[in-house]
Design a protein around this ligand. Structure first.
Ligand SMILES: [Zn+2]
Length: 82
């Protein structure tokens, strides 16, 4: 299936459901340790990609803001994110 191949392309952002998800959501890809979170509706989103993450087919898992804060600080080296 060509469509499946297209939609399965690498390094996608998570796709929260804007109708049912809370406005602010945070994700981690456990495969490459990339982070992606914020308010997708307002496009206020912070994305961190590890070296591996640039070519990863992310498997985004929802994490809490607290977890995101800690991991962001450790990996991106700053506290600055949405
Ligand atoms: Zn990944």
């Amino acid at each position: 299936m060509i469509l499946v191949a297209l939609f399965g392309c690498a390094n996608r952002q998570p796709q929260p459901d804007v109708w049912t998800d809370p406005a602010w959501v945070y994700h981690e890809c456990p495969k490459c340790e990339s982070l992606d979170g914020g308010c997708y509706m307002k496009n206020s989103v912070s994305s961190y990609r590890s070296d591996k993450g640039k070519r990863c087919r992310h498997d985004w898992k929802r994490i809490t803001k607290e977890e995101f804060d800690q991991k962001w600080k450790k990996r991106a080296g700053t506290e600055d994110h949405y």
